[in-house]
Write a protein that binds this ligand. Structure first.
Ligand code: ATP
Ligand code: MG
Ligand code: FE
Length: 337
């Protein structure tokens, strides 16, 4: 079964062709980051208009790369939510239009289910059940995943998401938008031991996170330092990243211990962070556990994860609903496959 996946929930247009027998055949992403950078955040109306411009050319590019034509498509998956309503409508409308034109089934996919299942696109891939750490721009959750649609929330952030914490901290260090990757690059040059930052909720005894206090601690530190030179900025980045990695490593281990599961899966944009991967790998090696990550280019938003999740849902035959988008949508409310 050849599934076309369309993602347009925020500021990336992602398109992919996933074949249930041969795997990922093609995928293309257009990021609007540069367009939104001058506003310091995503401007929803600009995002929607740009998705409209990109989605069909990217679809053609995927078909071309895979050596396929539109008639070869067996089903179309699109991100139904959560996300920006206007942006979501782009992929929803294109998917449903194509579905009618080709006479093929169309399926709406939960964006976070896409992120959550994306490590299954890597080789080697985990098998159910596993613990998932979902760390994206809008979410930070630990979940026990027993199968497609069997998601048990173990803990989550009480305030900022991990990616949001990276981005906000980067912003106050003058690193632009979205600053997560820039902060991480600078942190690699810094000394994590020069400044000590708090690890909020490290010993809270539950699996929840909090990042707002960490961001405020950086703000206080920056104010105290006055004018920042490059080395100091790098050292602050390193201290911030070390705190985040400590928190996540510790909570992941606690989640594995609590559930008795032996595999950890990391998904979402922050999963691209090298130090986080190194920290989790070290913890896993010590405890004889396994950690799985999506391929680097599939950590942030993409069409491949939507095509893949859609394919899993279609293989398990969830009935297609009416044409809709869901700007707010709780992952735990999904039916089991
Ligand atoms: P959501 O999926 O929750 O709706 P989103 O789609 O915006 O949010 P993603 O695309 O999964 O989130 O991830 C984007 C986030 O990942 C941004 O906050 C970005 O700064 C962060 N990010 C990307 N690469 C890195 C990195 N190497 N280190 C830290 N953060 C990173
Ligand atoms: Mg994005
Ligand atoms: Fe996302």
């Amino acid at each position: 079964m050849l599934v076309l996946g369309l993602e347009s929930s925020c500021d990336e247009t992602g398109v992919a062709l996933y074949d249930t027998e041969h795997g990922l055949l093609a995928h293309h992403i257009h990021t609007q980051m540069a367009m939104h950078a001058e506003y310091g955040g995503v401007v929803p109306e600009l995002a929607s208009r740009d998705h409209i411009r990109r989605v069909l050319p990217l679809t053609e590019a995927c078909l071309h790369d895979a050596g396929k034509v539109r008639a070869d498509i067996d089903a179309i998956a699109f991100t139904e939510g959560p996300g920006l309503a206007g942006a979501l409508l782009t992929a929803a409308a294109v998917a449903n239009g194509l579905g009618v034109a080709l006479g093929k089934p169309v399926i709406g996919v939960h964006h976070l289910e896409g992120h959550l299942l994306s490590p299954l696109l890597a080789q080697p891939s985990p098998s159910f059940p596993f613990v998932a750490l979902l760390v994206s721009g809008g979410h930070t959750q630990l979940m026990a995943v027993h199968g497609v649609g069997h998601y048990q929330l173990l803990g989550e952030t009480l305030d900022d998401a991990a990616g949001e914490a990276f981005d906000k901290t980067a912003k106050l260090l003058g690193l632009g938008y979205p600053g997560g990757p820039a902060l991480s690059r600078l942190a690699d040059q810094g000394d994590p031991s020069r400044f000590t930052l708090p690890r909020p909720m490290l010993h809270s005894g539950d699996l929840d996170f909090s990042f707002a206090g960490l961001k405020t601690a950086v703000l206080t530190l920056v104010k105290k330092q006055g004018e920042l030179d490059d080395a100091t900025r790098a050292d602050i980045c390193a201290a911030f990243q070390a705190a985040v990695v400590d928190l996540m490593t510790s909570k992941c281990w606690a989640a594995l211990k609590q559930t008795g599961l032996k595999q950890l899966v990391v998904a979402g944009g922050v999963g691209a962070n090298r130090q986080l991967r190194a920290g989790l790998d070290a913890m896993a090696a010590k405890r004889k556990l396994k950690v799985y990550y999506p391929p680097l280019d599939l950590c942030t938003d993409n069409g491949a994860m939507i095509a893949y999740a859609g394919a899993q849902r279609l293989l398990h035959a969830r009935e297609a609903g009416p044409f809709a988008v869901r700007p707010r949508w709780d992952l735990a409310s999904l039916p089991a496959a």
